[in-house]
Design a protein around this ligand. Structure first.
Ligand code: FAD
Ligand code: DLZ
Ligand code: SF4
Length: 523
């Protein structure tokens, strides 16, 4: 035969590089493998989403007359790994060479590098040109810089793509409208009903497979409403542009009990597996603004997330890996508290975000950053443990995007490469941006003593405990001035109470540590 074209679970785009130049006689290989479904204990919906999207994509290719060799997870001959399946496929098809698009993760890239020695065949790894910034382009931007600030990267990307530009000037005269995008949700706001996609027979079969194979994994499997085809993902995008985008900007950072989606796009899983492209999503938002269907602060805020943050974190990942994951600038070593899995805590904000995550395999950016993330930072959770949690629980989680967000943005474990200061906040932030505190046993206005919000205690304890590393950071001058001005007895009390609170955090209420892949929920 001709070429063995390998399509991984996040390569589900018809124009993915590995399919370029397809000819009759070539075979596309797609494999569901235990190694991928268990490298972290993924949320049940995440496994179902990826496997179902893979099966639908294979069916579409087949419909075009492309030969697809598709190995299911329950195939008795399945070796359980990408590498094992390459070896078996080479034996079955005797190809003259192997073509694959570069994978999204360092871990898989290292595997692919063994394939030539294993099979004796040339392996062509093609650039993933679905991203707007190539790895080479990012490396050129990063060269010689000490700190990588997203805002400067973003401006270059705006210039290069022409998105929201008038000549060489940003439309509206400003690059960034963030200052307009920090409002809490006004009372009585009527939020749009979100589009959900009832499982078809193929998805239903995958749901049953996941229920049988992964009964103890975190998260609800039903109701499952994610799109698993490009056509449905495009409908989800259209729906968001019409119903969500116009209000996306103003309340982008707001949080509300019982409203996990607000005006967010809910498109990250589709972008990340390839059902939608970054370019078409950005163009859809720009077109909505040009038609007058969305204000500029909304369109710019949304485009910045994709053209800016998404491309930037991917650039950081490939530029810094593999050493990036190993740093621990704040020497954080505490084990992950069990309530990240169970949701059982008196902190109403954490209980709400973990509950949303369990039900939907989704939480929006500020929930991830300022609730579960902020807590992990303030409590000094070991970066690798909180990273494994984020990689497991979200339907959109892939190492290249999860790691910089958690390691850099949340945990400051890279010492400030990605963020100029830690995103540390006390309870006042959560109180301002959400209605969570109204239903909480703690009070965000109490700083120390009976009823004090743990985020208040932990915030100052974090400031005190990390003074050696953070005091010299000019952006941290204000909190250190406030801390220094506090009377000594109060400072001592805060540190003592925070210490008692932290000592009470349990990594596993049942005693013993949870086994990877066996996260039994106790709700
Ligand atoms: P919207 O709010 O509608 O934003 C639109 C799009 O912008 C998203 O779909 C996403 O593609 C992109 N985007 C927004 N923020 C970021 C960002 N910080 N980094 C990269 N892309 C961004 N996103 C993932 O796709 N996978 C992850 O594993 C992931 N882990 C995260 C972990 C933490 C701790 C934090 C703070 C953020 C993480 N993000 C991750 C980014 C962001 O939270 C999600 O992309 C977003 O919540 C997805 O929902 P949405 O499509 O409704 O996003
Ligand atoms: C995340 C995931 C899961 C759960 N299962 C599979 C799978 O069975 N087969 C597959 O090709 N991909 C899967 N994926 C996505 C891969 O982990 C993803 O392609 C890599 O992260 C790319 O580096
Ligand atoms: Fe969270 Fe503190 Fe508010 Fe409770 S009072 S919901 S712990 S921020």
């Amino acid at each position: 035969m001709g070429v063995l074209r390998v399509i991984l679970g996040d390569h589900l785009s018809r124009d993915v590089a590995a399919l370029d130049g397809w000819e009759a006689g070539d075979v596309v290989l797609m494999v569901e493998v235990a190694e991928e479904t268990t490298y972290v204990p993924h949320h049940k919906q995440k496994i179902a989403f990826i496997l179902s999207a893979m099966r639908h994509f294979a069916e579409e290719l087949h419909g075009e007359g492309i030969e697809v060799d598709y190995i299911t997870l329950d195939d008795p001959e399945n070796s359980g790994s990408f590498t094992g399946e390459i070896e078996r496929a080479v034996a079955r098809h005797a190809p003259e060479r192997i073509v694959v698009t570069e994978p999204g993760e360092w871990r898989v890239r290292a595997m692919i590098e063994t394939w030539t020695a294993l099979t004796g065949l040339p392996v062509e790894v093609r650039e993933d040109d679905r991203f707007l910034c190539s790895r080479g382009r990012f490396a050129r931007w990063a060269e010689g810089r000490k700190g990588f600030r997203m805002e400067f990267f973003y401006r270059e990307m705006r210039r290069e793509t022409g998105l929201l530009m008038e000549g060489d000037k940003p439309v509206g005269g400003q690059w960034n409208f963030d200052a307009d995008n920090r409002k809490p949700l006004p009372r009585g706001t009527r939020l749009p009903q979100r589009l959900r996609f009832p499982p078809d027979a193929m998805t239903q079969a995958v749901i049953e497979l996941v229920a049988t194979r992964f009964p103890d994994n975190f998260g609800d499997l039903s109701p499952f409403g994610w799109a698993v085809t490009r056509a449905d993902a495009l409908s989800a995008l259209d729906h968001f542009i019409a119903e969500g985008l116009p209000s996306f900007g103003d309340v982008q950072d707001a949080m509300k009990r019982g409203e996990p989606f607000l005006y967010h796009g809910l498109i990250s899983p589709y972008l990340n597996v390839g059902l939608l492209t970054a370019r078409e999503v950005c163009l859809a938002a720009e077109t909505a603004w040009r038609r007058g269907a969305a204000p500029l602060n909304a369109a710019e805020g949304f485009i910045r997330q994709i053209l800016g943050w998404r491309e930037y974190v991917r650039g950081i990942y490939w530029h810094q890996m593999p050493g990036y994951a190993e740093t621990n600038a704040l020497d954080a070593t505490r084990p992950l508290p069990w309530f990240y899995w169970s949701g059982k805590t008196d902190m109403a904000c954490i209980a709400e975000v973990v509950g949303d995550t369990r039900r939907n395999a989704y939480a929006h950016h500020i929930q991830r950053l300022m609730v579960t993330g902020n807590f992990a930072l303030l409590a000094g959770i070991r970066p690798a443990e909180i990273e494994a949690w984020y990689l497991a629980v979200y339907v959109d989680a892939f190492d290249w995007v999860e790691l910089p967000n958690v390691h850099g943005m949340v945990m400051f474990a890279d010492g400030g490469l990605l963020a100029s200061k830690p995103y540390a906040a006390s309870g006042a932030y959560i109180d301002r941006m959400s209605d969570y505190c109204a239903g909480c046993r703690y009070d965000p206005k109490i700083k120390v003593g009976e009823g004090a919000c743990p985020f208040n205690l932990l915030y100052w304890n974090f400031i005190a405990g990390n003074a050696a590393t953070l005091r010299g950071n000019p952006r941290m001058a204000m909190p250190y001035r406030t801390w220094d001005a506090m009377d000594a007895a109060r400072r001592e009390k805060i540190v003592a109470e925070a210490g008692r609170f932290l000592d009470g955090l349990s990594p596993d209420p049942a005693g013993g540590r949870p086994r990877r892949g066996q996260i039994a929920l106790d709700l």
